[in-house]
Design a protein around this ligand. Structure first.
Ligand SMILES: Cc1cc2nc3c(=O)[nH]c(=O)nc-3n(C[C@H](O)[C@H](O)[C@H](O)COP(=O)(O)O)c2cc1C
Length: 193
């Protein structure tokens, strides 16, 4: 059994849509125990949620990109995770990340890079997107990995779009494909399934 945790913050629901897509893909797979944990508007999660993270084989970090970085709520969570750092509680777990922002670029890489640093501080093992980019002449917005990310999952939601409208299908499909990859990597890592 793979314990798969999706941990995220979302101010306005777009990143939550990505998180839900990942969770719903993972939870439907045999041999996967998936958990969806939302950081609240105060930057906090419950004690039960902390225990779920401690038990996870893989933690996916998710946040919108705000002013070129993860939200302050995510950072508050990350700072609070230092308690786990002292005890090496997350050492050798798999880690991965996703972010969503308004602009096609929008400096999303800074957010993913912060997640990588957080994972490295905890001694976790980072897993990138592992997918080719849709970057040829006939590429279209709804192709998978149209945003051409490699460090993790990137999605873009127009700032005037509701979460029901965005991120667009191609980004959600990228999230689904990424979830399958993470399950495959976790299966190999645990040598189960
Ligand atoms: C405070 C704030 C800062 C933002 N900074 C950026 C940014 O640096 N780059 C960008 O592309 N979009 C930026 N945006 C747009 C959000 O990333 C975009 O609306 C995103 O879909 C919000 O995700 P959420 O619905 O999960 O909160 C910003 C929005 C807010 C509210």
């Amino acid at each position: 059994m793979i314990n798969f945790a999706v941990l995220f913050h979302s101010g306005y629901g777009h990143t939550k849509r990505l998180a839900r897509t990942i969770y719903e893909t993972a939870v439907a797979e045999d041999g996967v125990h998936a958990n969806l944990i939302e950081i609240n508007d105060e930057g906090e999660i419950s004690e039960t949620a902390w225990a779920t993270l401690d038990d996870a084989d893989l933690i996916l970090f998710g946040s919108p990109t705000y002013m070129g970085m993860a939200s302050w709520q995510f950072k508050k969570f990350a700072d609070a995770s230092s308690k786990r750092w002292f005890e090496d509680k997350w050492k050798d777990k798999l880690a991965a990340g996703f972010t969503n922002s308004g602009s096609m670029n929008g400096d999303k890489h800074s957010t993913l890079h912060y997640f990588i640093t957080l994972a490295m501080q905890h001694g976790m093992l980072w897993t990138g997107l592992g997918m080719k980019a849709a970057n040829e002449k006939d590429a279209e917005r709804n192709d998978t990995n149209y945003l051409g990310a490699f460090a993790g999952l990137m999605a873009q939601s127009p700032v005037d779009a509701d979460p029901e409208e965005a991120p667009p299908k191609g980004d959600l499909d990228t999230a689904t494909a990424f979830t399958y990859r993470l399950i495959e990597v976790a299966s190999r890592w645990k040598n189960v399934k």
